[in-house]
Design a protein around this ligand. Structure first.
Ligand code: F6R
Length: 243
C-alpha cells in the first residue's frame, strides 16, 4: 500500500482528485467506485472545478457507489444518492443513467443486493474505487465482524456508526439502522483503490490499517492484500505512521 501524508485537507483533496482525473483521462469510459461521507467532499469539489474548466469530462464515465441507507428514498436529503447528486453528479457532464447507487428504497434486500452486484459484474468491474475509512476500520458499511463479506449485502449499522452519522440528521432516532453495502470482495475486485482519511480522530485506525494484522475486526486491513492501493491522509490522520 502506498501511503501519502499531506499537510492538510486542501492538499489531500487536490492529490486525490488528480488521481481520479488521471484515471478518467487515461480511459474516458472508465468505471469509478465512489464513496460518500465528509472525507471526499473536497475532492469532489476539485473534480467539479476540473470538469467545469473543461479539463476532464465524465460524459462516458460509469459510477457505482459503495452503499446506501436502507429505507431512504433517493430524494431524501440524507440519502447517499442525494449526496452524490449534490456534490458531483448534478455539477458535471455525467450521464445520470450511468451513475449507480444501491436502491435504498427497495425493501427486498436480497433483490436490491443481487441486482447491484450483477450490474457491477456486467459492467466489467470497477477501475478505481474511492474509499473513506470509519473510526472502527469500516469500509463501505462493512463493520468489524467475524468474516469478510464477499458481496453486496444488507448490514445492521453499529451503535458507533449510527452515532457518528447522526451529526447529519435532525436526531439520532432518524438515522436508519440498516444499509446496503458492497461487500469486501466487491471492493477488493476493483483494479485500483484510493482511500482518503483526515483528522486526528482517524490516526489510530490509519496506523492499525497500515501496520496491524489483517483481520475482519479491522475491515480495511484487508487492503494489504490488494496489489494497487493508495492511501492519502492529512498529517493529523497520519500522525502515527511513517512515510
Ligand atoms: C461512505 C462510506 C463510509 C465512509 C466512512 C468515513 O459511502 O462508505 O465507509 O467512507 O464512514 O466517513 P467520513 O469520511 O465521513 O469520516
Amino acid at each position: 500500500m502506498d501511503l501519502i501524508i499531506v499537510d492538510n485537507y486542501e492538499e489531500l483533496s487536490q492529490r486525490a482528485a488528480d488521481i481520479i482525473a488521471s484515471c478518467v483521462e487515461a480511459d474516458p469510459a472508465c468505471t469509478l467506485g465512489l464513496a460518500t461521507g465528509t472525507s471526499p467532499i473536497g475532492l469532489y469539489a476539485k473534480l467539479v472545478e476540473k470538469c467545469q474548466a473543461g479539463e476532464i469530462s465524465f460524459k462516458d464515465v460509469t459510477t457505482f457507489n459503495l452503499d446506501e441507507y436502507r429505507g431512504l428514498n433517493p430524494e431524501h436529503n440524507q440519502s447517499y444518492r442525494y449526496f452524490m447528486n449534490h456534490h458531483l453528479f448534478d455539477k458535471v457532464d455525467i450521464n445520470k443513467e450511468a451513475t449507480h447507487v444501491p436502491d435504498g428504497a427497495d425493501p427486498d434486500a436480497e433483490h436490491a443486493c443481487a441486482i447491484y452486484e450483477q450490474l457491477i459484474e456486467r459492467n466489467g468491474g470497477i477501475d478505481l474505487q474511492l474509499l473513506g475509512l470509519g473510526h472502527n476500520g469500516h469500509i463501505g458499511f462493512n463493520e468489524p465482524q467475524d468474516d469478510f463479506p464477499a458481496k453486496t449485502h444488507l448490514v445492521q449499522l453499529t451503535q458507533r456508526t449510527i452515532e457518528a452519522n447522526s451529526r447529519l440528521f435532525d436526531s439520532i432516532d432518524d438515522v436508519p439502522r440498516e444499509a446496503y453495502t458492497m461487500g469486501i470482495g466487491t471492493i477488493m475486485a476493483a483494479r485500483s483503490i484510493l482511500l482518503v482519511a483526515t483528522g486526528s480522530s482517524k490516526a489510530q485506525i490509519v496506523h492499525d490499517v497500515m501496520y496491524g494484522l489483517v483481520t475482519p475486526q479491522v475491515p480495511a486491513s484487508i487492503l494489504k492484500f490488494h496489489p494497487n492501493v493508495t492511501i492519502i491522509v492529512d498529517k493529523e490522520a497520519g500522525a502515527l505512521c511513517q512515510q
